[in-house]
Design a protein around this ligand. Structure first.
Ligand code: CAA
Length: 240
């Protein structure tokens, strides 16, 4: 029977590449999204992957969303990829409380919500793969990203703790820390700053979404069962 994989923020950017890669590798995939209905419909038409809309920062929405995914796909979640994330870049001395709250609830509380809601069935099955998408900036910090860096660093602590709790239950929990990847999110960085960032990447370019998706495939593989609690850097050689 095909394993069921759920990808949050799975119809755009890195998430879309992850959903497609898992689908191509033979998993039964559900892609979550919140906004961008038009984009989600296009994604659905192109890939034939089921797409489900809910807000991952809201526990109750996650509860009903996951229930619906399980009903439609006919089983419980074997693989969870927590990818959904937003930025509200701003120097702290100008940051509004809502910029902080939005990033923490979407990028970090969502990881609690989703994991809390799938962990019991994984424990019962004695199998599970959880991959949390962190960031290079959760490891090293970034100007204008006190909110984002805090959330992405929080994901790493969460990942390590849950990995310990789940190790005896056949569940691996890992994080990926992508560096700068070409997506709409990095497109929004001012050109001069972007060029400075590029110069700091030893490979000499921003990464591609498929390069992150490929590392997800590796971590969710059944044969990757001895890798848990780790952070895999996919960043073009940036020294941390
Ligand atoms: N490294 C070092 N210094 C930086 C910097 C950087 N990456 N970015 C900005 N600065 C400096 C500026 O040079 C400036 O310094 P001075 O005051 O000495 O002149 C100071 O920080 C303030 O910068 P701005 O004048 O640009 O201030 P602003 O308020 O107009 O804008 C900002 C601030 C919104 C943070 C803007 O600088 C910016 O967008 N920076 C890029 C932030 C970034 O890298 N975001 C990543 C988004 S992609 C992502 O998050 C995905 C992922 O996981 C990697």
């Amino acid at each position: 029977m095909k394993k069921i994989a759920l990808v949050t923020g799975g119809t755009r950017g890195i998430g879309s590449a992850i959903s497609r890669a898992l689908n191509d590798a033979g998993y039964l995939v559900a892609a979550n999204y919140q906004s961008g209905v038009e984009n989600a419909e296009k994604f659905r038409d192109e890939t034939k992957i089921s797409a489900f809309s809910w807000d991952v920062s809201d526990y109750k929405s996650c509860e009903s969303g996951i229930k619906e995914v399980c009903r439609v796909l006919g089983g419980t979640i074997d693989i969870l990829v927590n990818n959904a994330g937003v930025t509200r870049d701003c120097m702290l001395h100008k940051m509004r409380l809502e910029d902080w709250t939005k990033v923490i609830t979407t990028n970090l509380n969502s990881v609690f919500n989703m994991c809390r809601l799938v962990i019991q069935s994984m424990r019962e099955k004695n199998f599970g793969r959880i991959v949390n998408i962190s960031s290079v900036n959760g490891l090293k910090g970034q100007v204008g990203q006190s909110n984002y860096s805090a959330a992405k660093a929080g994901i790493i602590g969460f990942t390590k703790a849950l990995a310990l709790e789940s190790a005896s239950k056949g569940i691996t929990v890992n994080a990926i820390a992508p560096g700068y990847i070409s997506t709409n999110m990095t497109e929004a960085i001012p050109d001069d700053i972007k060029e400075n960032i590029r110069k700091g990447i030893p490979v000499g370019r921003f990464g591609c979404v498929d390069e992150v998706a490929n590392s997800v495939l590796f971590l969710v593989d059944e044969k990757s069962s001895f890798i848990t609690g780790t952070v895999l850097n996919v960043n073009g050689g940036q020294y941390l």
